[in-house]
Design a binder for this molecule. Structure first.
Ligand code: CUA
Length: 157
């Protein structure tokens, strides 16, 4: 005994199925795109050519205006270059960070500075250092045997 389905019902079943497929496609695409491009990643870079790619060929601090700095960092197992930067209190610092090898973290725990550092991408994060002090900059993403010693300093005078 066959089940008789009206022509209009068949059309509606197809429409419902098409809508389902469409939404699945949208959700899947969004997940894949978000996974490949984390929101703080602004720019891509060849991770095998970091040491030849400006401005990461010369990591360090650049003054870009009154109380405004840009700091370019290269993360690699198991250190940050530069190892230390010095800025006056009140400075607004934008950190640009990339990795020359594996996934690292970039965190100044006493501030809001916290980003992942993914090979192939440049992460950017800003902070205004209002009070003098020595701030520890750490890798907070497990990257191998020397992960726990991977650190640098931000000194605010
Ligand atoms: Cu680099 Cu953990």
């Amino acid at each position: 005994m066959g089940i008789h389905i009206e022509r209009t019902e068949r059309i509606w079943i197809r429409v419902a199925f098409a809508i389902l497929v469409f939404f699945l496609a949208v959700v899947t695409t969004a997940a894949v795109v978000d996974g490949l491009v984390p929101p703080s990643h602004i720019q891509s870079i060849d991770p095998t050519k970091v040491s030849e790619t400006p401005p990461f060929d010369k990591p360090g601090l650049r003054k870009v205006g009154e109380g405004a700095y840009e700091a370019y960092y290269v993360a690699r197992i198991f250190s940050f270059a530069p190892n230390q930067i010095d800025v006056p209190a009140g400075s607004h610092v934008t950190f640009y960070v990339t990795s020359a090898d594996v996934e690292h973290g970039f965190s100044v725990p006493e501030t809001g500075v916290n980003t992942m550092v993914t090979p192939g991408w440049v992460s950017a994060v800003s902070h205004t250092f209002k009070t003098p002090g020595t701030f520890l900059l750490i890798c907070n993403e497990y990257c191998g045997a020397g992960h726990q010693v991977m650190a640098a300093k931000v000194v605010v005078h």
